[in-house]
Design a protein around this ligand. Structure first.
Ligand code: UD1
Length: 418
């Protein structure tokens, strides 16, 4: 298995281009299953989760053409299978996103139940409850969700807990249901809105985009369109954090500053100087970070996907801070590894108490999940001596060529194949 070797201490400087968003690309690729003719996506990030989704679409019988400059065409006109197999779903939970579209368009779907996950139990009960409310019959047999509905029916559904992929799945299903569906306490993440806007251009009728109440009027058919994937706000946040942690000066190109506001506010509180343009963000830091409390929240609050990375700034800060994770249980897998590099963190339930230390020391550490791995890379950028981040396949799920991008900014980093 590949690892990333870092020698800490270099200040990051220069420009980096932000890739298309993983969490926007996955539901959009799944939405191709709803279209009666090909979909054409641009700005698709080259990531393992995207490859897995493309493989899944291929197994269902869709024709996928990967073009130049990160374009992907998906022709799902002649689907030959309605089953998402365990082998693929176990490597990527977001495979559940094919359930809504398959059921809406073909009246039937079988999707392996995603198993456990490093960041908590992460159930899919709300996806299933919502589809049942739309009239689907759902059984779980031999580890598979088996869903049937000759035609889904519009309904009013309240999410007990706002769920990003849950909202996306039900919204896609509702586009082709009979009548009107109202999704209450829906997730408001930019990726949900991007999907809704694309679905509308395909012929769907969705209103309330960007709010927590989505109203979807079912239609009979949807057409293929061209769609550019929006920039990845979590990748952007991670590079801003990398600039701050190394006391550097980095400009992100091709970003959407409006989607990163909560992270920018926090980094300013921590002492970073951040300037914004229409599609760029410049982050500078010339001091030791100021400790700041973090509390994760659904969008537009501070994102759980940035918790691990910003914790590294608290680890290095002057002072102490609490980091509270409210979205996922057990999302502190990075803590033990950061402790191995010298961090002082105490865990109690969903809260981490961080006492800032002046510096970290390099160590071999293990990546456990996607964002935890990013935090270890950030720590390695400043730690004294050499760090080796193992099990780097986690990071390849969500960061495009991270070692190349960091090296271009001046980091001493390389990937070592196993
Ligand atoms: C998505 C993102 C992930 C991000 C997360 C929260 C994608 C592909 N992934 O994950 O990067 O960390 O949003 O911003 O977009 N829940 C239930 N029942 C359900 C569904 C969810 O109880 O049926 C709970 C979860 O356990 C969690 C909370 O709801 O506590 C939010 O999870 P959710 O928004 O569904 O996360 P994902 O969509 O899986």
């Amino acid at each position: 298995m590949d690892k990333i070797i870092l020698r800490g201490g270099n200040r990051l400087e220069g420009e980096v281009r932000i890739s298309g968003a993983k969490n926007a690309a996955l539901p959009l690729l799944a939405a191709s299953l709803l279209a009666e003719n090909p979909m054409y996506f641009t700005n698709v990030p080259h990531l393992r989760d995207v490859t897995t989704t493309i493989e899944l679409l291929g197994q269902l019988g869709a024709r996928v053409i990967i073009g130049e400059r990160m374009s992907v065409e998906v022709d799902a006109t002649d689907i030959t299978s309605l089953r998402a197999p365990y082998e693929l779903v176990k490597t990527m939970r977001a495979s559940i996103l094919v359930l809504g579209p398959l059921l809406a368009r073909y009246g039937e779907a079988e999707v392996s139940l995603p198993g456990g996950c490093a960041i908590g139990t992460r159930p899919v009960n709300l996806h299933l409850k919502g589809l049942e409310a739309m009239g689907a019959e759902i059984e779980v047999e031999e580890g598979y969700i088996k869903a049937r509905a000759p035609r889904l029916k519009g309904t009013r559904f309240f999410f007990d807990q706002a769920s990003v992929t849950g909202t996306e799945n039900l919204m896609m299903a509702a586009t082709m249901a009979e009548g009107v569906t109202v999704l209450e306490n829906a997730a408001r993440e930019p990726e949900v809105s991007d999907l809704a806007e694309c679905l509308n251009r395909m012929g769907a009728s969705i209103s309330g985009i960007g709010t927590d109440e989505l109203v979807i009027e079912g239609v009979d058919r949807l057409d293929g369109v061209e769609h550019a994937i929006l920039p990845d706000r979590i990748e952007a946040g991670t590079y801003i954090a990398a600039a701050a942690v190394t006391r550097g000066d980095v400009t992100l190109q091709g970003a959407r500053p409006g989607h990163v506001e909560a992270v920018i506010d926090k980094l300013r509180e921590m002492g970073a100087e951040i300037t914004l343009g229409g599609d760029w963000i410049r982050a500078r830091m010339d001091r030791r970070p100021i400790a700041a409390n973090l509390r994760t929240q659904p969008y537009p609050g501070f994102p759980t996907d940035m918790q691990a990375q910003l914790m590294v700034l608290d680890v290095l800060a002057a002072g102490g801070a609490t980091v509270t994770e409210t979205v996922f249980e057990n999302r502190f897998m990075h803590v033990q590894e950061l402790q191995r590099m010298g961090a002082e963190i105490e865990l109690s339930g969903n809260t981490a108490f961080v006492r800032g230390v002046g510096g970290l020391t390099g160590a071999p550490v293990m990546a456990t999940d996607l964002r935890a791995s990013a935090s270890l890379v950030l720590a390695g950028l400043v730690a004294e001596g050499e760090s080796a981040v193992e099990r780097i396949y986690h990071i390849d799920r969500g960061y495009e060529r991270i070692e190349e991008k960091l090296a271009l900014l001046g980091a001493d980093v390389r990937r070592v194949p196993a």
